[in-house]
Design a protein around this ligand. Sequence first.
Ligand code: G3I
Length: 380
Amino acid sequence: MPGGRRPLLRTRLALLAIVWVGGCGSDDPAGTIPTPPNQPGQPGQPSLPATPTPPLRDLAAGVGLRIGAAVDQEIRLTGQAGTNARTVLVREFNATTPGNVMKHDHIHPSPTTYAFQDGDSLVAFAEANGMVVRGHTLVWHNQLASWLTGGTWTQPQAESLLVTHITTVVSHYRGHVVAWDVVNEALADNGARRATFWSNAVGPAYIEKAFRAARAADATVLLFYNDYNIEGTGPKADSAYAMLSDLKSRGVPVDGIGFQAHFQVGGLPTRSDMIANFTRFAALGLKIHITELDVRVPLPATAVSLQTQAQNYRDVVDACRQVSACTMVVLWGFTDAYSWVPSTFSGWGAALPFDASYNPKPAYQALHDLLSTTTQSRAW
Ligand code: G3I
């Protein structure tokens, strides 16, 4: 059934124990979807810290923005920890993306084997809770299966491996993801093309071959280039702009650019610089997604650093809402209980809008305030 929605029934059934249907606000205008269990104040359920109403997803939906959070173990956690994580996730967000389970090493563990179970679980969870899924990621230099990087391949073999991987994964999720990060981080920090397994084995045209393979596998899903340190103007953003201008001018099917937005507190481009940068990419006809937003602070966090963090979150989302092509903001997690930051940047953490006990931090309040006063709408 080309282009059709595939059932994913097996994993849906396996998930019944942990999936609930979340209250969806403006995603559920008739109010027919029951409130998730364990909401604060619900009799018989342990309370989570109170947050302002309506939740972020309803405020965002009201102006045509998706707001999402990447998930990893939050989907699989058992007991109260899992219940709490999923309750907050579905209450606040109407989009999600897999932190790891759709990456090459996870989803393609041997040359002839694909492991879709965890990705299917994520999709089933999202669909049951009124959330869209961004697929992440098809072509990257990290988290490639060792059978791939350890092999010796001719150029035609490597190209066939690239195309087969993309075709298989994109076809499997056709109708179930709204966008794919087709190529991730192809640029080095200085803006030069990064030398990677794929660029070496396939050649420099691997990027356009990847986009064309993804489009052949799904005629309508949005196809994104995704990278970090390109949110404001500068040499790396200029390189991304030149690369995407070239791809667009030659008819390569790229639909959007993802700005990852991993920041250090106080270390962002200015809001106006981000708006200027987003605007030039939008003028190429690209949609814009903020794809991996987090703002790490030195530990221990202080009242001052959390206030600066709040302003930083506000500036990024405000820059997005000022550019009509920007239709989605995805955070790289949502609770400080589960974040890639502390294990990667020693001495840093507290990067997300909820603390480890799901207390909303000033960053949450800043996003709530901003989206509460947003009137400009757009079509997602
Ligand atoms: O899967 C293995 C597991 O089998 C093993 O027991 C465990 C022991 O450490 O490691 C597991 O793999 C880890 C994997 O996350 C899944 O949890 C890797 O060690 C760890 O390095 C990997 O980190 C991920 C990182 O990408 C890898 O580069 C982070 O979770 C993930 O959040 C991060 O995400 C990236 C985006 O994809 C691209 N942009 C940057 C962003 C942050 O680095």
